[in-house]
Design a protein around this ligand. Structure first.
Ligand code: AMP
Ligand code: ZN
Length: 469
């Protein structure tokens, strides 16, 4: 597969350090509110990347962090007179429900920042020992002019370095490069942990260095996020990680352009956002939302409109119409060599397009050509059963990467359902009700209804729910 590497600003062949196994880190949500569909553009694209690697026969180990300690979370907890856990729990649950709704495959690990404080402190200690830090007003800062490669990812020459200037908020409001906080000294009312630098809490950037290296190793293959993550977040991750280990941190960096509304980035702070839940409540099909977010190349920005969402639903209807025709067609036995050859060529074209830095226009262009060819063959009564089966098999296989062709999410197999029910029972036993509710909702989203009976939990398949096509 070829990918555009932000670090080198070139298309490069992705060669994992361990042959056949890609280690991937994707920056995750800050759980102080529901994610909006701008966030989901990035997560859906990362899912396409993961699924494409899998389609191409690679194994993927993916880590996505959950930022559950951060300025906005703390502000909300203080405003509501509650704990940060109580603020974040419902949004963590909502995040997992939303990614299931959008057909995003689960990562292998979802580490939470508050559960990795010792790992963060260890990195900060190493950086201190290596002379890359200083203390000011009770907080520990990274000294960026002591780390020579600082700025390689974000092309820092074009920015101004404010030597000695510091930033200790989790968000930069300017483009200037400043020393950034690794460990924030304790402030009244804020949660804090003991550390060699005094009581306090970690800075946001440190969590991604600590959790990526813990689960993927000091050097790993691929790290992604939205373009707004390049500077300062990813630049600072590189400085912390390479400053501490002395090894290259990540080989390939990939970044997605933003989802826009009327020429502006969709953002919570701008008030111009839609959550997934808003769109579903208004009757939109999650599959059409996924397709809309997916079908524009990730390095191009995408303007969200309701017209575009309606068009997306209309385009998917062409796959559904073909599949309905295939199911009803009374066809002869055998295969048609001409159709089979076209199918093989288009199948290869879709794979090649995806392998070329996720060229979705090429992939969908070829797929819709396939739909036209198949309809034309059906019109002429020239799609015998063997070729029709080959077509269905190819569509299902390619949909393994795209996740939008099949009208319904793939049905869970009985053993998968039994395993989830067992997990839910275990969660209930340990009084982890958030987890047991999450599993019940996940099952219900996949059309499985649970009933508690005196003999234990029974399950049955519900009728296909409206809105899921
Ligand atoms: P945040 O919760 O703001 O840290 O964002 C989580 C992820 O969503 C990051 O990878 C961001 O780059 C990405 N993101 C935020 N806003 C947008 C947007 N409007 N379009 C695409 N990605 C976004
Ligand atoms: Zn991150």
């Amino acid at each position: 597969m070829r990918v555009f590497n932000t670090l080198t600003r070139r298309l490069e062949t992705l060669t994992p350090r361990e042959p056949g196994h890609v280690r991937l880190y994707t920056c995750g949500p800050t759980v102080y509110d529901f994610a909006h569909i701008g966030n989901f553009r990035t997560y859906v694209w990362e899912d396409l990347l993961r699924r494409t690697l899998e389609l191409l026969g690679l194994r993927v180990t993916q880590v996505m962090n959950i930022t559950d300690i951060e300025d906005k979370i703390i502000a909300k907890a203080i405003a509501e007179g509650t704990t940060i856990d109580r603020v974040t729990a419902p949004y963590i649950q909502a995040f997992f429900e939303d990614i299931d709704t959008l057909g995003i495959r689960r990562a292998e690990h979802y580490p939470r920042a508050t559960e990795h404080i010792p790992e963060m402190i260890a990195i900060a200690k190493t950086l201190e020992a290596r002379g890359l830090t200083y203390v000011s007003q009770g907080s520990l800062y990274f000294r960026i002019d002591a780390f020579a490669p600082y700025g390689r990812l974000s092309n820092l020459e074009r920015r101004e370095i404010k030597v000695g200037a510091r930033v200790d908020s989790d968000e930069y409001d300017k483009d200037d490069a400043r020393d950034f906080v690794l460990w924030k000294g304790h402030r009244d009312g804020e949660p804090s942990w003991e550390s060699p630098f005094g009581p306090g809490r970690p800075g946001w950037h440190l969590e991604c260095s600590a959790m990526s290296m813990k689960y993927l190793g000091e050097s790993f293959d691929l790290h992604t996020g939205g373009v707004d993550n390049i500077f300062p977040h990813h630049e600072n991750e590189i400085a912390q990680s390479e400053g501490a280990t002395g090894h290259p941190f990540v080989t390939y960096w990939m970044h997605a352009a933003h989802l826009m509304v009327d020429g502006e980035k969709m953002a919570k702070s701008k008030g111009n956002f839609h959550t997934l839940r808003d769109l579903l409540a208004a009757g939109n099909d999650p599959r059409a939302i996924r397709y809309l977010l997916l079908a524009t190349h990730y390095r191009s920005s995408l303007n969200f409109t309701f017209d575009a969402l309606a068009r997306a639903a209309g385009e998917l209807a062409r796959f559904d119409a073909l599949q309905a025709r295939l199911a009803d067609a009374r066809v002869a036995e055998g295969r048609d060599a001409v159709f089979d050859a076209k199918l093989a060529a288009i199948d290869a074209e879709v794979r090649d397009a995806l392998a070329d830095d996720l060229n979705v226009s090429g992939a969908f262009g070829a797929l819709f050509r396939l739909v036209r060819e198949a309809n034309a063959a059906l019109d002429r009564n020239e799609l015998p059963a063997g070729s029709a089966a080959g077509l269905s098999e190819a569509l299902a296989r390619l949909d393994g990467a795209l996740g939008v062709i099949a009208a319904k999410p793939a049905e869970l197999l009985d053993p998968e359902i039994e395993a989830l029910i067992a997990q839910r029972q275990a969660a209930r036993k340990s009084k982890n009700f958030a987890e047991s509710d999450r599993i019940r909702d996940l099952l219900s989203g996949r059309g499985i209804v649970l009933e508690d009976t005196p003999q234990g939990v029974r399950w049955r398949r519900s009728l296909p729910s409206a809105g899921r096509g």
